[in-house]
Design a protein around this ligand. Structure first.
Ligand SMILES: Nc1ncnc2c1ncn2[C@@H]1O[C@H](COP(=O)(O)OP(=O)(O)OP(=O)(O)O)[C@@H](O)[C@H]1O
Ligand SMILES: [Mg+2]
Length: 387
């Protein structure tokens, strides 16, 4: 699943129109898409769902009322049309930053929830509010890519600089890296001034922008006001052509970039297998990364990986009921491993990420690049990240 945040702290630059229309065109290309509305204004929700939205919404995912079961993302998604689901928002989401002050793990609520549904969708498109608060931080922690829409105005270059600084700061604090690309929106192109600004923006961006430019198109606003993406509203207008072209560019990047699917610490903490509902392995515990394998009939199970030199001696797993387990303190990095069951080497059956091994067969792959992976000898996982 590709995860794309549509983000710019500047208001009114086309984030929501981009989220709605990219999501809808991707769905038309037979991609399974989840549109996540992280803005309490709820405009993305209104742009694809007609009629009253009601509850539950993203608010319930963030707040568990006393004594209640936590609501998961999969409990609140609605089908907007074929291949397009939406996780709606409503105005109550605006109290979340205050409500969750001081609550551990508040920055990764969306990341943890998205990890649980990643087998169901090809794309998650996350529409952000126009500020850098807890809700935007959640979107950034949950996504590997960002689209930064910008209208060609005098202030937009300054805004873009600020936005890129935010990504850098996030990477320094958490190790989470986002690939951003700017998208020019609301383009009139009529005046030399606007054209000069576009050139100026691009010269600063070193290729990190979309070739597609979204022109000013009144039909886009009209379509959104009817709860419809442009793809289902008006075929012959600049808005249709431009968002179709943007979608093609996004899909092209998919073909160019190496496989993005990977397991990160943030993902595996609570990720569950879509069919069985069991946790994916490996998982995060207080003391390190927990490897588990269900092998009730085995007499001996060992864990071999590049982190222990592929050595079997001393790397026995411990039987706990039907399951064998072992906790390893891993530093951030990319690791390959296999289980050795009574002498037979095998991949992790519950980790979907594999790579061909030079010895034949496949190794399982784990990327520890999220959070800190600094395991405290006292058993507490340290947290350096704050909203
Ligand atoms: N290409 C376009 N042509 C014409 N109108 C547009 C275009 N893109 C967006 N708009 C209109 O401009 C306004 C702002 O767009 P949008 O809501 O997408 O911005 P936003 O960045 O999500 O705003 P906010 O920061 O408030 O969330 C809306 O009324 C929208 O319909
Ligand atoms: Mg918006």
């Amino acid at each position: 699943m590709r995860t794309i945040a549509v983000v710019n702290q500047k208001g009114g630059c086309g984030k929501t129109i981009t989220s709605i229309n990219l999501a809808a065109f991707l769905a038309r290309e037979q991609k399974r898409v989840l549109l996540v509305d992280m803005d309490p204004q709820g405009h993305a929700t209104l742009g694809v769902l007609s009629g009253s939205v009601g509850t539950p919404t993203m608010y319930e995912v963030f707040v568990t009322e006393r004594g209640g079961q936590p609501t998961r993302l999969r409990d609140i998604t609605r089908s907007a049309r074929e291949n397009l689901d939406v996780a709606p928002s409503d105005i109550r989401l605006s109290v979340i930053p205050e409500r969750l002050t001081g609550v551990a793990g508040r920055e990764t609520v969306l990341a943890d929830n998205l990890a649980e549904v990643r087998g169901r969708y090809d794309f998650a498109i996350v529409d952000c509010p126009p500020n850098i608060g807890l809700l935007t931080l959640n979107a950034l922690r949950a996504c590997l890519e960002a689209i930064v829409p910008m209208d060609p105005s005098f202030f937009s270059l300054h805004g873009l600089g600020k936005q890129l600084e935010t990504f850098d700061a996030l990477e320094k604090q958490t190790g989470h890296r986002i690939t951003p690309r700017a998208l020019l929106t609301l383009y009139s192109g009529r005046t030399p001034f606007v054209r000069a600004i576009v050139d100026e923006i691009r010269s600063h961006l070193d290729g990190r922008y979309f070739e597609t430019v979204i022109r000013y198109s009144v039909k886009l606003a009209e379509a959104a006001s009817h709860g419809l993406p442009i793809a289902h509203y008006a075929r012959y207008c600049a808005g249709y052509e431009d968002y179709q072209a943007l979608t093609a560019e996004v899909l092209q990047q998919d073909a160019e970039s190496p496989k993005r699917e990977r397991i990160t610490l943030a993902d595996v903490g609570t990720a569950r297998d879509d069919e069985s509902g069991r946790p994916l392995t490996p998982a995060v515990t207080q003391t390190g990364v927990m490897f588990t394998l269900e092998a009730p009939d085995a007499a001996r199970v060992q864990l071999a990986g590049d982190f222990n030199g592929w050595v079997l001696d001393g790397n026995d797993m411990n039987p706990v009921g039907r399951v064998w387990e072992k906790v390893v303190k891993l530093q951030p990095g990319r690791y390959r491993y296999r289980y050795v069951v009574d002498g037979v080497w095998q991949r992790d059956p519950r980790n979907p990420v594999v790579e061909p091994s030079s010895y034949g067969g496949h190794d399982s792959v784990l990327v520890v690049d999220e959070q800190l992976a600094e395991w405290d000898p006292t058993g507490e996982q340290k947290t350096r990240i704050s909203a």
